[in-house]
Each structure stands twice: as structure tokens, then as C-alpha cells.
Design a protein around this ligand. Structure first.
Ligand code: BG6
Length: 485
């Protein structure tokens, strides 16, 4: 679908996300000729500065995040020509007139307000946009995470933003949904006849979803310490991946068909009670250690850290989905900072063969499908095969599909895809208000329990796979995390 002309307004236009992700993503789409020549990007900041000064900041802070292979001086110049800096204080209604003056007043031109700001400003910005006459029918608003701090604040955001924009104008971003491999999971499940009949409790024994990062939180302590792994990663990215794995086949790829099915998964997640929490949720916090051979400090010793912080940097959860399809199939979710490796993957383990005719000389390994999101996007499938030669000896072998090798076409970053969808008005990859609330509703008992608990998160050494309790959580079911097997 073609993209019509637009004015894209970046609140938080001088911030980290704009510089590292959003502007480079827009540059990439400009280079691919997806943007009309007249389309414009308006970056908002509080300080008074000239456009020239702002463009120097873009040159210094954003250009290095554009891959050098795609950097082209003419395209960069054309791209910079679209950028206009506008000074505005989100809290001061009068300053919105600067934005009114900068924007084109034409109902045929889409207006996109991208709020890459703390969520506490969402309501105020929408209110002020409305008062300035900018919340028009041709406007869309993009909400960047964190989308609230708990259920109540998420509901409040939905309510406040909903006063000025209707649901079809609101794009709640979870950048994991824009990743190529997540799209591929949809293709795998619903573009093939092979998997769907097996995609259920009769054939699948368990599912593991891991997002592990080697990075710590250095430089982001203030934000991270009020958030922690549960709010930063599990409530959104991990639950969204779980939804895509577990949802029923949607009727179509339309926004509401997909979101209806994801919502059903979230609502079917078994609620934790204080007594089930202890056995099914583990939280950890990294201590000093070595990552890739380099000594790194513990969380409480990071720059500007609170030395008594009880914020978790690791969380592992055993989740269950109470539906006919998934009853009894554990979904193990895990994420952490300063882990042994950086990777994101979904591991679907199938059941063992019901009876092995080769039992006397080969141990059967269950089939396992690994959907790799990061660092390399691909699919791996373990099958049993006969080893060549005399006798009937079986051995697990891997079928591999490396998307980068298979498709030589350039990759699209998650933010590129999501920004294009916003500009096209395509909502499938964005969260609906009820989805957001259902996800918060499920994590809320965990947050409450931790608030009341006296104990600290369990320490783990940087550069490991997290606390031993996380291995015990899955070990109680006779299983192991894939990386520890
Ligand atoms: C963000 C979190 O949403 O996702 C970060 O706030 C995290 O803490 C990041 O590092 C991970 O994203 P990706 O795409 O690098 O895996």
C-alpha cells in the first residue's frame, strides 16, 4: 500500500530513541524511496535552537547509527532536508503554537504524533494537541513503551489518550512485533499445513521463550531501576511472542482478527496466586562478573546506581494457558541483562515418540523447533536420522534455515516496518487497548507479591544464565533450558 504525504512529529525528537532508532529507520525508508518528496519530519525539543544546530546534532548522534553500507551523501542530504526542529515545552499549551505554525493544514496530509516520551506526558501532550486544534481526523498517535507502570496507569493512559483519538488512530508500539522473525513465525504457522495439526498439547511438550542480553543497564539506571525486567521485557515483548506462538489461527491478517486472538491468549493465562508464585516465578539481579572475558560491575555498582536497589534484572516464569489447545503445556519465559550470551529465541519441544522400535541401540531425542530471532534470524529443526553405515543407529540432526542466506534482499529493521505501518494506518502489529490491559492484569499479582516480599532478588554473576533457581524452576518438570542442556 502506498504511503501518502505526511507530517511526522517526534516528541522526544532529541532523545536517544529518536537518534538511535527512529531517524535511522526513516532514513532507510527514504533511501528505499518509500517517502514522498514532500513528506516531513518535525523533531520536538524543549531548547531553543536553530534547525542548523539541530541538524548538527543529528549528524553527530544519529548518522553513526545508519549502517555505513547504506549511507549515501545525496540521500542523507535529501533526508536532512525533511527535518525541521521545533521548540516546544510539552507542559506549556502556548508553545504548541510553534507546532501549529510548522505543520501543514491539509486533511489529505496525514499527521503522525510519535510520543517517544515518558508515559506520564502522554495525556498532557494529547490534551494540548487537541486544544491547539491538531488532534484532527487525519491524525495518528504512536505511543512508545513503557505503556504504564501497572494496570491502573495503563488504564489511565488508554482512557486519557482515548479522549482525543479513537482506537483506529492509536498505535501502541512493541518493537518485537516488527521483527522479521516474528513475522516469519506467522508465515510458518499459517502459511504451511505442516505445523498447525501438531501445534497443540497432544504433540508439544513445552515451549521456551528467551530474550537474553549481554548488555547491562549502564547509563540507563534511572529508567531501568523504576522498571525492572518484568515491566521492561516480560509484560510486553515476551508476552507478545507468547501470543503469536499460542494464538488460534486468526480469520485473516487484519488488525482486529489478529488482536482478538492475541487477547484470548492473554485472558487464558493462568493467574498466579501467592502460593503458586513462589514455585513459578524467579527474579534475579546481576552481580559483578565477566561478559565475553571482560570484567563488568554488578547492578548495584553501575553508574549512578542505588546501592540498595531491589530491582530485578532477570526474571523467569512458568506460564500456563488454560485452553483446550494448551492445557498442561508449560510455557517457560525468561529474560535478563548481563547474561552469558545475547540471543532471542522460541523453542518448541515436541513429545517423544510413543514407542521406539530402535530402543535397543539409540536414545530417541524429541523433535525440537527453534525459531531464532536474534542475533541471526532462522529456523532450526531437530530430527532423528540414521547414521550412515552398518546397523540401525539413530542420531539427532539439524535442519537449518538461515533467512539471511536464503533471502539476499536487504533486511528491514523493526522500527522501519512499524513506522511504515503507522504511515499506512495498518494496525495489525500494534497492541490494542484491551490487549495492553490484559497483559498488565496478568503480571500485576507478581508485582504486588514482590512489593510485599521482604527478600531481595536472587543474585547471579554477570555472564551466566541467571540464578540457579531459574534452572530449578524448569528442572522440577524434568527439563532444562536449551542453552544449559
Ligand atoms: C527495550 C528494552 O524495549 O528492548 C531494553 O527497554 C532492551 O531494555 C531492548 O535492551 C531489547 O531490544 P532488542 O531489539 O535489542 O532485543
Amino acid at each position: 500500500m502506498a504511503i501518502s504525504d505526511f507530517d511526522l512529529v517526534l516528541f522526544g525528537g532529541t532523545g536517544d530513541l529518536a537518534m538511535r532508532k527512529l531517524l535511522p529507520a526513516l532514513y532507510a525508508r527514504d533511501r528505499a524511496r518509500d517517502l514522498m518528496p514532500s513528506a516531513r519530519i518535525i523533531c520536538i525539543g524543549r531548547d531553543n535552537k536553530s534547525n542548523e544546530d539541530f541538524l548538527q546534532i543529528v549528524e553527530k548522534n544519529s548518522k553513526p547509527h545508519v549502517s555505513s553500507a547504506t549511507l549515501d551523501a545525496d540521500v542523507w542530504q535529501r533526508f536532512c532536508g525533511r527535518i525541521q526542529y521545533v521548540s516546544l515545552n510539552a507542559k506549556e499549551p502556548a508553545t504548541y503554537q510553534n507546532l501549529v505554525a510548522a505543520m501543514r493544514d491539509d486533511p489529505a496530509i496525514s499527521r503522525v504524533f510519535y510520543l517517544a516520551t515518558p508515559p506520564t506526558l502522554f495525556s498532557m501532550i494529547c490534551d494540548n494537541l487537541s486544544q491547539a486544534g491538531l488532534a484532527t481526523a487525519n491524525a495518528r498517535v504512536v505511543l512508545e513503551k513503557p505503556l504504564g507502570h501497572d494496570l491502573e496507569s495503563a488504564k489511565d493512559i488508554n482512557k486519557q489518550v482515548g479522549r482525543y483519538f479513537n482506537e483506529s488512530q492509536i498505535f501502541r508500539i512493541d518493537h518485537y512485533l516488527g521483527k522479521e522473525a516474528v513475522q516469519n513465525l506467522l508465515a510458518l504457522r499459517f502459511g504451511n499445513v505442516l505445523f498447525e495439526p501438531l501445534w497443540r498439547r497432544e504433540w508439544i511438550s513445552d515451549v521456551q521463550i528467551t530474550i537474553a542480553e549481554e548488555l547491562g543497564v549502564g547509563g540507563r539506571f534511572d529508567y531501568y531501576d523504576t522498571s525492572g525486567a518484568l515491566r521492561d521485557m516480560l509484560q510486553n515483548h515476551l508476552l507478545q511472542l507468547l501470543c503469536i506462538v499460542a494464538m488460534e489461527p486468526p480469520v485473516s491478517n487484519s488488525a482486529d482478527s489478529v488482536r482478538d486472538e492475541k487477547l484470548k491468549v492473554l485472558r487464558s493465562l493462568k493467574r498466579f496466586t501467592p502460593s503458586t508464585l513462589a514455585m513459578n516465578v524467579v527474579r534475579g539481579q546481576y552481580r559483578a562478573g565477566h561478559v565475553n572475558g571482560v570484567a563488568v560491575p554488578g547492578y548495584r555498582k553501575e553508574e549512578d546506581a542505588n546501592p540498595d536497589s531491589r530491582t530485578e534484572t532477570f526474571v523467569a516464569v512458568k506460564a500456563e494457558i488454560d485452553t483446550w489447545r494448551w492445557a498442561g503445556v508449560p510455557f517457560y519465559l525468561r529474560t535478563g541483562k548481563r547474561m552469558a550470551d545475547s540471543l532471542a529465541e522460541i523453542v518448541v519441544r515436541f513429545k517423544s515418540v510413543p514407542h521406539s522400535i530402535f530402543a535397543h541401540n539409540s536414545r530417541s531425542t524429541p523433535n525440537c523447533l527453534v525459531i531464532r530471532l536474534q542475533p541471526d534470524e532462522g529456523l532450526h529443526m531437530n530430527l532423528m536420522a540414521k547414521t550412515p553405515g552398518d546397523g540401525m543407529r539413530l542420531k539427532p540432526v539439524e535442519l537449518e534455515l538461515d533467512f539471511r542466506e536464503k533471502f539476499k534482499t536487504p533486511r528491514m529493521e523493526a522500527y522501519e516496518r512499524l513506522l511504515l505501518d503507522v504511515l499506512r494506518g495498518q494496525l495489525t502489529l500494534f497492541m490494542r487497548s484491551d490487549e495492553l490491559e490484559a497483559a498488565w492484569e496478568w503480571v500485576e499479582p507478581i508485582l504486588e507479591h514482590w512489593d510485599q516480599e521482604e527478600s531481595d532478588p536472587i543474585p547471579y554473576s554477570a555472564g551466566t544464565w541467571g540464578p540457579a533457581a531459574a534452572s530449578a524452576l524448569i528442572g522440577r518438570d524434568g527439563l532444562q533450558w536449551r542453552e544449559e542442556a
